[in-house]
Structures are given as structure tokens and as C-alpha cells.
Design a protein around this ligand. Sequence first.
Ligand code: SAH
Ligand code: SF4
Ligand code: F3S
Length: 448
Amino acid sequence: MTEKYHIVTYGCQMNVHESEKIAGVLRRMGYEETQNKEDADVIVFNTCCIRENAENHAFGNIGALKKLKKQKPSLLIVVGGCMTQEKGKTEVLSKKFPFIDIMFGTLNLEELETLIRQKREQKKRVVKIRETEGEIVETLEPYRTSYPNAWVNITYGCNNFCSYCIVPYVRGRERSRKPENIIAECKKLVAEGYKEITLLGQNVNSYGADGSTGMNFAELLDAVASIEGNFRLRFMTSHPKDFNEEVVKVMQKHRKIMRLVHLPVQSGSNAVLQAMNRRYTREKYLSEIKMLRSYFPEAEVTTDIIVGFPNETEEDYLQTESLVKEVDFASAFTFVYSKRTGTKAATMEGQIPEDVQKDRIMRLVELVNSLTRKKSEKYLGKTVEILCEDYDEKRGLYLGRDEFGRMGYFKSEKNLIGEFVVLKITEANGISLYGEIAENLESDKAGE
Ligand code: SAH
Ligand code: SF4
Ligand code: F3S
């Protein structure tokens, strides 16, 4: 009988895509996927450590496997991702969960196969974490699970050291992939029928900043958007300190590029932004939005916001509220500041009490939701073109997103996953839209 794998993923899109690479490694080794932990012969936890609750979540789920491992000692329990890459974390994990068989990090994913083989030959736990980043490995073919969407890394790591953030410590310095490799991967995806490509990096705008690629981000985006075929293109994450008009001009040149930018602002207060080491001001952020909308008045912006950063006053927080209203974000991911050991902010005085943090996040979520609701209502009676991505079994409806990231649900007898469909919106509920098919645009959506 074929052995089976089960992967549990935490964290960002980068991790979701890395789980596809882990799946690729395991499939090449002959394993097959199972959705069921009980049926698995190997379970991989691809962890995240961006906030304390992400870590607690993983701790809880790994701990819950103790019984299964006891019943089935041949089961391999593997822990990788950002958490294992944290200083001292493998020791903590080893102590807490002596039944873990293998640990690897974000910087040596390519070694997974070797580590599994090694573990099969020895009783002892195998732990291998690389401390420094090596050459980019191009041979890890992902097993993609999100058709019609495909994720493509353009950079790895981060050099920004925002004072609250652990990513630079667990992902290493920024490295850019060679443009020819990125373009070849995208061409292949389009030929295979993928309809939406997302270029991924912690700060896509600094692609090639070390001079190693001969191209900057705008040029790369131009090259990828020039690939012929019926697909749409987006990118994330943009950093406000580097986002620029050159990129927006490339967006204008290609209809394939979605009019949607994820531009995390983090805070609306200059004092907080400075303490966060974000290296832009509220005014610069707002002027970028103005610039973007001078090209595309309809452009949508999504963002990330942190409340309760050390020394954030009520006035600072209100500055964030006023910025949110001014920009009118399509949506915002809102977080309570979480202290990460090893980062600069963790040692700052003026940590904010939990009740104040909670009060601010509740007010902010309420504000963001009310703006999103208002936006949704404007869609009523209008038609939107969406890319059908999935089928929601519970609701019995297909769903997809328009180029502004708005989710639309609809009924269809035929499986339309991977097709562009025009919906007439009949109902708006919170952030979701419901509609009827007005037109199926399959294959006649022109290239440019
Ligand atoms: N590279 C991207 C996003 C990285 S992490 C960027 O620069 O924007 C995703 C989001 O998690 C961040 O935008 C930030 O809002 C949030 N985040 C990061 N560290 C955090 C922390 N210590 N506490 C709370 N939220 C955090
Ligand atoms: Fe973290 Fe800042 Fe890098 Fe984003 S840009 S990953 S928030 S250090
Ligand atoms: Fe992503 Fe979490 Fe790592 S947000 S980069 S998986 S710490």
C-alpha cells in the first residue's frame, strides 16, 4: 500500500506555497496525499511564528498528536517552517514534544528528502536547521493545490527589520530569483491553464535591489505581464517605502495586471511608524494612494494594520482610524501587536496593556467592517467579472474573486472552476456578493 502524507500549514501565502513544495518532495518520494491525520504515515507541520497565537496554535496541534504516535509508532512527525528557524525553538519543541521525529527550517527545505531517509535508518531524532541562507534552490517542483491560482516566488527573505517583526530573523536576508527562472515558471503555468498568477515576496518592490538580477520589480512585472495567454496577474506584498509610479505605469500598460494593491500601512501615526522602523510617513503613504488612483480611480487597496504597538497613544490610534477612512480600503487585516523575542520592539518600554489593545482592535475591526459593507452595497445591480476558483459545498455555490479582490458567489449547474464569468450582483452581505451568471467569458478574454 502506498504511504500517505498530511501537511498542516500555518501563516502567510509564502508558507502556503512552501507547503506545495513540501508536497512536491513527498510525492516524488512516492507518498500520496491524505486529508486525514489518522491515515497518514508522515505528518508535516509547516509552522509560523509571526504572532504568539500562531505559535500557540501549532503547539496545540502538535501536542494533540501524542496519542496517534503512540498507537502508530511508525508515523513520522515532521516540524518545519518559520518556528523551527527561531533561535532556541527546536530545543523547546524537543522538550515539549519528544515524539517529533524530524525538524528542518525555512532555509533547508530542499534537504527534507535526505532527512526523511536519514530518520528511516536511525532511531534518534533528526534535527537540521541551516543558520544562513544559501543559493536559491530552483529544483523544488511544487505540487500545486490551488488551481486556477498559482503562487510564484520572486524574492525570499527580508532586509527591512521592521522593529516588531520576526520574519528577517527566520527567513534570512533578501534574495531575488533570476528573471529567466521566474518567467519560465510563469510561462509554464499559463500553458498549463492557470488563470491567476501571484508574484510573491516580503517586499516585491525591492526585487533585484542587490543588483543580481539586472532587472527591477517594474521591469520584471512588465516581462511577466507580456507573456501571452488568458490569465491575470497580481503581486504581494508591496512596501510603501518602495512602491512607486514606475510600477503603476506598468500596471497601466497591461490590462492583465489586477487593479489591486496590497500595501500594508501598519499605522496612521508618524510617531508609531517611526518606532516601527517602517521608513515612510503617513503623508507619503497617502500620496502613493493618490498617485495610484490618479491612474486608476477604481483601484482597490488592501492593507495590514497593527494596534497596540509600544507607546501607541489614543491619539496615535485615532490617526490610524482617520487614515483608514481616508483611504477607504477594500479590506484590512488587523492585528494586535504581539511581542516577538529577538526583535527590537520586544525590548521597548511602554508596552500597551492587553485591555487597551483589545479595545482598540475591536473599534478598528468595527470600522473596517462598516467600510467594507458600504463598499459591497455599491455593487448591487452591477456586473462584475470574476474568476471562478472553488465550490462551497455548504452553500452549494461556486465562488471567485473579481480583479479588485471582491468575493462573489453564484449558482451553476456546470463546473466553472478556472473560468472567467460575468455576474450580475443581486445581493451584498458583509464582504460577500451574490449574483447570477450574466455571461461566461471562457477563452474569449483577450490577452491584453
Ligand atoms: N512583508 C509583509 C508582511 C509580513 S507579515 C509586509 O511588510 O507588510 C504580515 C503582517 O503581520 C504584517 O504586515 C504585520 O501587520 C503583521 N505582523 C508582523 N509582525 C507582527 C507582530 N509582532 N505583531 C502583530 N502583527 C504583526
Ligand atoms: Fe516583516 Fe517588515 Fe520585512 Fe514585512 S517588510 S516581512 S513587516 S520586516
Ligand atoms: Fe509567513 Fe509566518 Fe513565516 S507570516 S514568513 S509563515 S513567520
